[in-house]
Structures are given as C-alpha cells and as structure tokens.
Design a binder for this molecule. Sequence first.
Ligand code: NAD
Length: 479
Amino acid sequence: MTDKITVAGVAVDTRHWIGGERVASAGTFTDVSPIDGGVIGEIARGTATEAAAAVAAAKAAFPAWAATPRAERARLLHAVADGVEKRIEELAIVETTDNGALLRSHRRGVMPRVAHNFRFFADWLLSLEHEDFDTRGHTNHVDWDPAGPSVLITPWNAPLMLSTWKIAPALAAGNTVVLKPAEWTPLTASLLADIAAEAGLPAGVLNIVQGYGSEIGDALTSDPDVRRISFTGSVPTAKRISASAAANLTPLSLELGGKSPLLVFADADLDLAVDLAVEQYDNAGQVCLAATRILVEESIAEEFTRRFTEKAAGIVQGDPRDEATDIGPNIHPRQLDKIDGFVRRAVEAGARAVIGGHPKDGQYYAPTLLTDVAQDSEIVQEEVFGPVLTLQTFTTEDEAVRLANDTRFGLAATVATGDKQRAGRVTAQLVAGTVWVNCFFVRDLQAPFGGSRHSGVGREGGNWSFDFYCDLKNTVTAP
Ligand code: NAD
C-alpha cells in the first residue's frame, strides 16, 4: 500500500489519523470514482484494533482539550476554517472525484460552508451563557461540561459537510472525536486531518479511522470510553448502532433518511412550485431532505406536470466537473441497481413514468417522475435516494396533510402556497423537523435540525448541538 495517492493533482494520505500520527492497516479497500468507475486508490481498512487505538487517543487527549480555555478552542477552530478556505479548490475537486457531486457546488457552496461550520460553532461557543438563577436564596449555576470522546459516523452524499457539522460543535464543546467517514468517500476527511494538524490542533483531539462500517463500526460504538455517538446515515444502520450503544447507555444523535413531501396548492406561484420540484433532483437525488413525494392539488395537476416535464427536459446530466452539468452520477453501481429496482417494482405495480424510469450509460439514472402510485406502495413509502420523484394529487387541505404525514419518516416538508393562513394551518399539522414555505434548503446553523419518527433522534444546530455534546451540570450553592 502506498501511503499517499494523487487525486486530481492533490496528494491524499490513505492512512488513518490517530493521536496526531498517520497509521496504516494490514488491509486496504479500493476507492472508486463514480464519475468513470476508475480506481482512485487503496485506502487503509480499519479493524477493531485501529478503532480502539483511535478511541484511546481521543480519551488521552480529552482532559487537556476540555480544560483548554474557550477562547483558545475557538481560535483553533477558526484556524481550521482558515485552512479549509485556503484549500477550497483542492477539497472541491477531491470531493467531486470521490462522490460525483457537482464541482461548482463544492467550490462555491459546500466547501465555504465547511469553513463556516467551524467558524459558526467557534463563535457560538464564545456566546454560550452559563445560566444562573435563584431558588429560595440558593444560587443555581449551570455549566456546559464537555461530555468526552465522541464517535462521529457519516455518509457519502455530502461527506465533508456532514462530518464537519458534527466535528465543529463536538470540538467547540471541548470533546475529542473519532470520525469514521463512509467507505465510498474517504478522501476529504484525510485532507481535513492535514488541515487540522497545520492549524495546530493538539494530537488526539481529532482522530480519523477509515474502513467499512460493518468491520469497524461495532468496535467504535460499543467502546465504553465513548461518551457520545453522532450518526448520519440509514435507518438500518442506526438500529445497529443503537443496539451496540445500548450496552453502555451511550447517548446518540441520529440523523436518518426521509421521504419528504412537497405540497403544491392551487394558489401557489406555479413557476416557483415547478422550480422547487425540479430542484429535488439535485445531487442525483442523493439528499436526505429531498422532497421526493410531490403532492399537487388536482385542479392544477395537469398544468403542473406539463411545466415540470418541460423544465426537467432542460436538466444537463453528465460529468460533475463541467460547469454546465446539473446532475452528476449516482455514487455506486450497487446504488444504481437499488434505484432501478425501486422503479421497476413500482412500474410493475402500476406506476407510469412521466419522464425517465431507466438507467443511462455509465453510473447515471434518468431523472424520473412516477404517477399512478398508491399511497401504501413501496415507492411512496421507502427512501430511494436517487433522482426519482412520485406525483400524487389531492383535493382538500386535509387530504394533503394526511398524505404528507403518512409515512414512517418525518425529516422535512415543503409547502408551496400563496395563502399565508393556509401555510400556517398546514405547517402546524405537518410531522417534520424542518418545514419550508415557498422555499427549499435554506438552512441556518442556529436552527434545530433533525427528524421525527424514523428520520432521527435529537436535533443538531446552535444550542441543540451543545446540549448533545455536553453534560449539563447544575451547582446549587447555599446562601
Ligand atoms: P449507511 O447507514 O449505509 O452508512 C452511513 C455510515 O455508517 C457509513 O460511514 C458506514 O460505513 C457506517 N456504518 C455502516 N454500518 C455500520 C455499523 N454497523 N456500525 C457503525 N457504522 C456503520 O448510510 P449511507 O448509505 O452511507 O447514507 C445514506 C443514508 O443517509 C440515507 O438514508 C440518507 O437519507 C441518510 N442521510 C441523512 C441525513 C440527515 O441529516 N438526516 C443526511 C445525509 C444522509
């Protein structure tokens, strides 16, 4: 195994990052680019041994990091953000090569946001108030004590963005971390280790272990020295992790899948509603928040479908490194098969493909819209995680809400309406962690983010992140 590979001109270390040192494994796994199926390189394949070493390193570094003054922790996180900003071009091209998402959005949206994750939580830390109040002359003083070593496990659809959305608050809170990136996208995490080291983050504060969740996951999530586990990924994995964490009652934050609705009422700005619907194909549909169930008021369904089809015909699918491309490839041949399986079974069950409904050359799936789908069918109930939308109609507001809420998920919902009263009534009834009205994907890091039901447990963002990564302590002092 070579320790360093070159990815689109950028040197990437393929080893783990444990206790401030690069550590190899006996085995490797092959990282492949979804753009052309080409081999990127061999990556260290972690085992329980490296998992234990990473947790031990995080444990050893914890007391000093927890005792580091807030201002110094914040300074170091800003230094990491500076490093990210200096390397935006490199991070963007490496991430695109690894996961196939658009280079232009990595360059202009995602990587600046990665830097912002560090800056935001550094600043939030400094503004965190110690609460004090009085009980019959006794003072109550509430402290945000760092919880301890935290294991962070992340998926491939937005690798560095989702990892740093956990790393930044965990480190700001005074915890040390072990990150396990998804095995399909190991690269930018390794670059982050370089950036953190250059920024002066002490050894062992950030540790990264690479490998398959099925091989290294249990060792990380069942380790009694781990005080928090934050996971973003699928529901089946979340259940495994929950079972593993139960042995030590380790607190969990779970950000999981979705099957979010887009409700389009007849009084909506139809152009806006069509734009919102077509936007759901972004990142080839590999977005947990995607509103993949379009629910349209029957009176406008025909016109909506006509305009949607027209607009979707303009989507440029191709190499994610080209500026003109709107949708890149799907992550893996296995994912492509999964998407196609969902669509085939839906069509067999009576669905009609208004557009798409088939794979294309390479690792691409045609943007697909399916109608004539039953509410209790698999295609309406299960997350596809590809560019596949369904369209159903409703005639009353009550019916729209009933259909919207009728899945086991509750991550997000989008409502398109020109009537503010209606927006208020409908959003009050929706089961979703985030509801957007006449917009989509507008996110503020101080807002709570997470899902209800099978979409997750807990919320991240602002104080909610610190709530999770801290052990709150109330000290009551007699007069
Ligand atoms: P996944 O559950 O297969 O994998 C996620 C991570 O878990 C990977 O790093 C994987 O290696 C690891 N893992 C697998 N088995 C493990 C085990 N036994 N123990 C510990 N870790 C293990 O999910 P995925 O396919 O990578 O991601 C797609 C899913 O993520 C979708 O369901 C999507 O909706 C969800 N997601 C949710 C959000 C959110 O914020 N709610 C954001 C992005 C993605």
